[in-house]
Write a protein that binds this ligand. Sequence first.
Ligand SMILES: *Cc1c(COP(=O)(O)O)cnc(C)c1O
Length: 241
Amino acid sequence: MTTSTVPQNLQDVRQKISAAAERCGRAPEEITLLAVSKTKPVTAIEDAIAAGQRAFGENYVQEGVEKILYFRQTHQDIALEWHFIGPLQSNKSRPVAEHFDWCHTIDRLRIAQRLSEQRPDTLPPLNVLLQINISREESKSGILPDELPALAASVAALPNLRLRGLMAIPAPEADHQRQLAVFRRMYDLFQQLQADHAHVDTLSMGMTDDMAAAIEAGSTLVRIGTAIFGARDYGATARNA
Ligand SMILES: *Cc1c(COP(=O)(O)O)cnc(C)c1O
């Protein structure tokens, strides 16, 4: 039997979160660790659950829904939280509305309206984040900062969604100070949004390679895949986004 590295990796990541938080005078509990399990088998997720992890992020609708249904069957007594963090097409919104707890990638009103219409009455509102194209990359998902107030107002008015905050995937950047500058722009937008909307409490930013800078700038949720589950093999899993 091979020994999973997932529990040790999780412990290392939690320690890094605590260290980054303490360096800038924040409480580690302010930062949620989202384990990004896309392309990884359910056995890897089981190892993470056994090590106490409860929140998981998935990028592909069908793969994510299959995992959610599997764990609802096999781990009925453990409350897991599932976050959709991939690009979302209109024609794939229904399974997200019906099965996920969060969606991080809202970048147009039409998608938000569909998710609200399709959210079953038996479930609490779907928690949503607006995705900001903070690096202003051509061909990248997310709205530009100027578009935020209008989209936020429309999304906040939808009955079956709860606007919880913002998410960003900045362009890869190795230098800590430059990472920090981009994340600080996100934090400013987050504070503006908080001033206008009561339920806003979540700033989703920071991945394996820029987690420390994100926490320093005020992230409340880091999305970590590689550092927990190892490198991804995209050839191994069918693409169903
Ligand atoms: C894959 C992915 C992550 C995790 O990235 P790592 O670098 O493996 O930690 C985080 N956020 C999003 C939106 C992703 O697609």
